[in-house]
Design a protein around this ligand. Structure first.
Ligand code: SF4
Ligand code: SF4
Length: 376
């Protein structure tokens, strides 16, 4: 199986302390993980002046300039999303720091180092599509929802089965997303949240529910989101679709309930090409593309684990067939055999046969499109 693991240099073995770089959203999501791992953190680097002087898990946040003379041979773990990691990599490279030798991102660190040092099987980001029904009809939906031949709510029992199979084999997931379609259309969303919150909260950095804000959630749903400290990620398409009053009401109620949320209005969208004009990459083009698109948003569905949720959605649309190596049947892996469970982590850092025809979300996809534009 193709994977990007095994890149850390030998001197990462046996380290007892690290320096995190980034005290933002990803850093906060990772706090639960670092609470479970015995590692010394002398300080945290963040070049955002508003964070400097504050604390991250009790450790001081300082600038890179201030940190540099104190770093010595300590390894840096960058806690940032895909785009920000690219920028920080270029910044560190300019100071002579080398990726996988002096620093790596937190997804790589947890997938590789935590296995070598602590025998923990960790995955960075998993999405589970609970429904393919949606209230909107976005032409460039990167889950291809308008092009699915059928639209379904996956039952709570089915989702629960996949969740159990997964967490019996995996020690920690930094980010677990419940996504759609439109999640608030799912009649059993409350049960899903309660089940995850009651059973697996200590194995997850942050559970996020993604909504487009068009559906009014019940008071009981908001209560349960608050109770289990789930995060609400609200995609805002009101620039294109006229539902501003519903959006404002959702934001007001999320604030009223004390729910942690973000309202995301400026998401940059690109055309993934599928299904109307899929790409036809040569093997060389594919090789270059894979260096650019490494979103690591894995997927969990129907008792199987997939490298990329976009690829699962392509298959679910009924317009593409994935290959056997694109996913793993979790029940086929002995949950007591940690080495066997490693296959899941390897696939989480792997690839998919769908990448050959998918525009993807890397820097090489410059076909920018209007976010949220609706099909007629
Ligand atoms: S709201 Fe989201 S899931 Fe629904 S069609 Fe638009 S992008 Fe796709
Ligand atoms: S190119 Fe591959 S990794 Fe990137 S979004 Fe598409 S299927 Fe996922």
């Amino acid at each position: 199986m193709r994977t990007d693991l095994g890149k850390l240099t030998d001197d990462w073995k046996g380290i007892t302390s690290i320096v995190p770089y980034g005290a933002g959203i990803v850093g906060n999501i990772c706090k639960t993980l670092f609470e479970q791992v015995d590692l010394t953190i002398p300080f945290v680097i963040d070049n955002d002046k508003t964070k400097q002087g504050k604390k991250w898990r009790g450790r001081p946040i300082i600038s890179f300039e201030e940190a540099k003379p104190q770093l010595g041979t300590q390894k840096i773990v960058v806690m940032a999303g895909h785009d920000a990691y690219g920028k920080i990599t270029r910044y560190l490279n300019a100071y002579g720091f080398v990726e996988f030798e002096d620093f790596c991102n937190v997804g790589h660190f947890m997938s590789e180092w935590l296995w070598d040092a602590k025998r923990m099987n960790c995955v960075f980001h998993v999405d589970m599509t609970i429904t393919t029904k949606c209230t909107l009809n976005c032409r460039h939906c990167n889950l291809f929802i308008p092009y699915h031949k059928t639209h379904v709510n996956f039952s709570f029992e089915e989702l629960k089965h996949s969740i159990d199979l997964f967490f019996e084999r995996i020690d920690f997931v930094t980010y677990f997303g419940l996504i759609g379609g439109e999640t608030f259309l799912h009649p059993e969303l409350e049960q899903c949240i309660e089940y995850l919150g009651e059973n697996y909260k200590n194995k997850i950095g942050r559970i996020t529910i993604v909504t487009n804000g068009t559906v009014r959630p019940s008071d009981s749903l908001l209560n349960i989101i608050k109770k289990y400290e789930m995060y609400l990620s609200i995609s805002d398409y009101t620039n294109v679709v006229p539902y501003g009053s519903k959006m404002n009401e959702l934001v007001r109620r999320a604030e009223e309930y004390g729910i942690d949320f973000s309202r995301n209005a400026s998401i940059v969208w690109t055309d993934f090409g599928f299904p109307n004009h899929p790409l036809k990459r040569t093997p060389e083009e594919l090789e270059n593309h894979l260096k650019s698109c490494r979103p690591n948003w894995n997927a969990l569905h129907g008792g199987r684990f997939y490298y990329c949720n976009v690829s699962w959605c392509a298959e679910q649309s009924g317009r593409f067939r994935l290959l056997p190596d694109d996913s793993i049947a979790l029940a086929d892996i002995d949950s007591k055999d940690k080495v066997a469970c490693r296959k899941i982590v390897e696939l989480s850092r792997g690839t998919s046969s769908f990448c050959r025809i998918c525009g993807g979300c890397g820097k090489d996809n410059t076909k920018f499109v209007e976010t949220g534009r609706q099909l007629p």
